[in-house]
Design a protein around this ligand. Structure first.
Ligand code: IVH
Length: 668
């Protein structure tokens, strides 16, 4: 076909894009097709032909890109501008009333929006001038993974909005029940393992390097959250939903404003009959305060908004056999009995194990090995053994007996007075050591990517890491490790690099990673922000610690005891260059700043050096005086000193004033 000049070609491309986008929207979002399949194919092929002939008009947001094709070699990390929080759970009417009562106690009497809790995975979508530029998974809430190439294959997610605005929206990517069935029929034919449930299927489909695979999975999406409503002068959550719908997003028509708590209960009761008939799985109802001013006043905890909660449908119970009770050892030496179950599928996932917590718990449930037991599972909550079906006993069941030695090192185990748990107190118990190292590198501690539990266990058993200090000497052992199966140079280098980088983490992560009894992430943060550095904390007495709000005597005691015994370990960590300071009150994270090392040279107009330093540090950046090969960025102002030349010599990224201002302007 001949379109004449370039202008005409562009015009036709735009026209076809518009027609196809509109058709897609009507078909997938509104479920109301406006053109026939043949017509669609005709336009689609025409656009494809032009794009092949004139690749300069083949745009990233073309509807032809929906079939996938883009392949990435890894998922890049993206720091969310605003953390992606999760929701607190409630399980019954009383707990819903408690949620409402807490809000009333703050002096509000809100109306709520009730929404289905879709069983999928959350996604953040970023648009610039109305064009989809990024899709990111939730990840740990602070940092997610770039899945843009796959998001583009989801037909209900607009590539172009109805208004050319900059916006971030969040919602759930999910797989419809029928799609899962269809895929599993195919997989069965091909002898592939079946996808277990809609959630795993959706998560697995979106974490594909090759977007063609994702495209075939026919994922769906609902948008349910606008992180920055104030930017669009939006005052209620329902207005935000309507606004997002008007931009072209698929918003669940079941979302409903209710006036009060009774409205919530009615909404939940109303679902029971509808639930099975829905084309997608839901595992509960999300309840959100409608008024955005009230939302902000109510605020957030580290993990959840206080203005929303998730009511989870009652758990499902199934029967299975308790085949055995085995004991595991944790990093603190705590011994935990675990139920080994005849595998059963509950809500789409196979359950083989359930914790039995401690001796008293097993005794209180009167469990015997060989019993038929009921298992309960509520959504993503850990499965639980509810009770033994005593009537079904045959007489062959074996009574439970607590062990008296550590299952790993066989040293005697001890119970602390007044507590229910037994502990292995052997400091050289291999399992305890392995678990401590696993904890040290875990997500909320040093967060060493690539160093999973199994690798730690193997490297421990092979003798390469016997304690946390050995982690920092892995480089010297690289050649030896590579002789073992499964350890490639590339992946080892990555692990070593990640460990090196982790030396700069803030004190609270290190404290948490040390695995001090009673110190979870929250207490670690409290201690780090109070004492600012390790030495000050180590010098604190029990009385000092107890004087801090939220630190009780057990915690204070545990901290002091820990440092009494572990002085040398802390000294060794200092010697390998581990940061021992609290890195300031971190306001947030930013991919250009967090964990980066800066040097400033020259004068920056309008801003003092201290001011710049404070801002960078408050977003987790480190500012030092001298340029070295470890420096990531040198900020160069007017009349720079020799540091500018050093930066050039070492080929270090340079930010001029303009770049600095543009990055700082984007911070919240
Ligand atoms: S709102 C700050 N609304 O449930 C608001 N979440 O258990 C955060 N989810 O991570 C989320 N349906 O993946 C919201 N209608 C809905 C939802 C929903 C499903 C998921 C979401 C979230 C998880 C929390």
């Amino acid at each position: 076909m001949n379109y004449g000049n370039k202008e005409e070609i562009k015009k036709r491309v735009d026209e076809l894009t518009q027609i196809l986008n509109e058709a897609n929207y009507n078909y997938y979002v509104l479920d109301n097709p406006t053109i026939t399949d043949q017509e669609y194919d005709k336009y689609y092929r025409e656009l494809l032909d032009i794009e092949k002939l004139y690749p300069e008009f083949s745009y990233d947001d073309s509807p032809t890109k929906r079939v996938g094709g883009e392949v990435v070699d890894k998922f890049n990390k993206v720091v969310h501008d605003k953390p992606m929080l999760s929701l607190a759970n409630v399980f019954n009417e009383d707990e819903i009333r408690d949620f409402d009562a807490k809000i009333k106690k703050e002096g509000f009497n809100p109306e709520y929006v009730c929404e289905y809790k879709i069983d999928g995975l959350s996604v953040s979508l970023l648009y610039k001038e109305g064009k989809l530029v990024k899709g990111v998974t939730r990840g740990d809430g602070v940092t997610g993974e770039d899945i843009t190439h796959n998001v583009k294959t989801i037909k209900v997610i607009p590539l172009k909005l109805k208004k050319p605005i900059d916006i971030e929206v969040r919602g759930e990517i999910f797989m419809n029940k029928k799609t899962l069935e269809k895929i599993n029929i195919e997989r069965e034919k091909e002898g592939l393992p079946l996808l277990q449930n809609v959630r795993n299927a959706a998560a697995g489909s979106i974490r594909q390097l090759d977007s063609k695979v994702t495209a075939k999975r026919e994922l769906d999406n609902f948008i349910y959250y606008l992180p920055e409503p104030e930017k669009y002068n939006i005052k209620t959550h329902m207005d935000a939903l309507n606004f997002m719908e008007s931009l072209g997003f698929k918003v669940n028509p079941a979302n409903k404003i209710v006036k009060d708590i009774d409205g919530i209960i009615k909404f939940i009761e109303g679902i029971t009959e509808k639930r099975d008939k829905l084309p997608y799985e839901i595992d509960g109802v999300v309840i959100k305060v409608n008024d955005i001013f009230m939302q902000e006043e109510l605020g957030y905890t580290a993990k959840y908004p206080k203005w929303a909660t998730a009511y989870k449908f009652p758990a499902l119970e199934v029967l299975t056999k308790l085949k055995d009770i085995i004991f595991t050892v944790g990093r603190t030496g705590r011994i935990t009995p675990n139920a080994v179950l005849e595998p059963v599928i509950v809500m789409g996932s196979t359950i083989r194990r359930a914790t039995l917590h401690n001796e008293d718990y097993v005794i209180s449930k009167n469990l015997m090995i060989g019993d038929i037991v009921s298992i309960r599972k509520a959504g993503d909550v850990i499965p639980e053994v509810v009770e033994a079906k005593v009537m079904r006993r045959t007489g062959k069941e074996i009574p439970f007996k607590m062990i008296n030695e550590c299952p790993m090192c066989h040293e005697p185990i001890k119970k602390i007075e007044g507590q229910v748990d037994y502990y292995c107190v052997n400091p050289n118990c291999p399992k305890r050591n392995i678990e401590s190292i696993i904890h040290f590198v875990s997500r909320d501690a040093l967060n060493i990517e690539g160093l999973g539990d199994e690798i730690v266990e193997e490297l421990y058993n092979l003798g390469f890491i016997k304690n946390i200090i050995d982690l920092f000497n892995l480089e010297d052992k690289k050649e030896q490790i590579m002789q073992f199966d499964g350890y490639g140079e590339k992946s080892l280098n990555k692990i070593i690099e990640n460990i090196k980088k982790a030396k700069n983490i803030s004190l609270e992560r290190l404290l948490y990673g040390l695995g001090i009894k009673e110190i979870g992430t929250k207490t670690a943060k409290l201690l780090a922000s109070t004492y600012k550095n390790m030495d000050a904390l180590m010098n604190a007495t029990i009385e000092d610690l107890e004087s801090i709000k939220d630190i009780g005597s057990i915690t204070a005691d545990s901290i002091v005891k820990y440092f009494k015994v572990n002085k040398k370990l802390i000294e060794d960590l200092k010697n390998i260059g581990m940061n021992m300071d609290y890195l300031g009150k971190v306001k947030g994270t930013n991919e250009n700043i967090t964990n980066k090392r800066f040097v400033i040279t020259g004068t920056i107009s309008d801003m003092g050096r201290k001011e710049i330093k404070d801002i960078l540090e408050s977003f987790g950046g480190k500012v030092s005086e001298t340029v070295s090969k470890n420096t990531d960025i040198v900020i160069v102002g007017n009349n720079p000193g020799s540091k500018y030349q050093d930066a050039m010599d070492l080929n270090i990224t340079i930010w001029n004033e303009e770049k600095l201002h543009s990055i700082l302007n984007d911070l919240q």
